[in-house]
Design a binder for this molecule. Structure first.
Ligand code: 5GP
Ligand code: MG
Length: 190
């Protein structure tokens, strides 16, 4: 795995520190909410962020998961969101916090928020670990953000390329030739 990494963008120590800060902000926001909150997270990229974040939130909560795929297989550009798994927690009149890994074009988040709104939550907020400023419409600006990053395709800490590298502990950029091989195969019609 190490041999495939070009550079580390955000170290595991920086992530851990920022997750602590986000947890404090979120706790401050929801502490007074009777009945706590429902956290809705988006599979699969958010799994590690979700696991680290929720263990630092001393609040009553339910966890719901939705499955959305935007970058199937060897894609590094969004192919449009596709719902793979529906939410199985009732969010009517509940305070809902959506937790996702990264906000890029915003198509995935827009799609998920539209679905959730139809279920009548009491409130709907968003927390993302990473965002790429300038790539998504301003009305999608999340309530809680870990880091701004440049417009590069990143892996690690839950984020994948072709379902690999999710277990890499830092957020990193892969060597260019790894994507180049996949892009070439696609151009050739593979
Ligand atoms: P969007 O719909 O905002 O373009 O993309 C949202 C989803 O696509 C993210 O939740 C994430 O799963 C995936 N994604 C977006 N940018 C990246 C990236 O740089 N690296 C990886 N591994 N996934 C990304
Ligand atoms: Mg995602």
């Amino acid at each position: 795995m190490e041999a495939d990494i070009d550079r580390v963008l955000i170290s595991r120590q920086q992530i851990a520190q920022r997750v602590r800060e986000l947890a404090e902000q979120i706790t401050g926001r929801y502490r007074q909410c009777p009945g706590g909150l429902v956290i809705v997270s988006i599979l699969s990229g958010a799994i590690i962020f979700l696991a680290d974040l929720i263990r630092q939130l001393p609040l009553p909560m339910k966890i719901g998961l939705v499955g959305v795929s935007s970058y199937p297989g060897c894609n590094t550009t969004s192919q449009g969101p596709e719902l793979l798994r529906q939410l199985r927690v009732d969010i009517r009149n509940r305070h809902v916090l959506v937790v996702d890994d990264i906000l890029d074009s915003g198509r995935t988040l827009r799609y998920v928020l539209d679905e959730l709104r139809q279920a009548g939550p009491a409130s709907l907020s968003v927390c993302v670990l990473l965002q790429k400023p300038g790539k998504f419409p301003p009305d999608l600006a999340p309530d809680f953000v870990g880091f701004d990053i440049d417009d590069v395709f990143v892996v690690g800490y839950g984020l994948d390329y072709d379902d690999q590298y999710r277990n890499y502990p830092d957020i990193a950029v892969l060597k260019r030739e790894l994507y180049a091989a996949a892009d070439k195969a696609k151009t050739a019609g593979a």
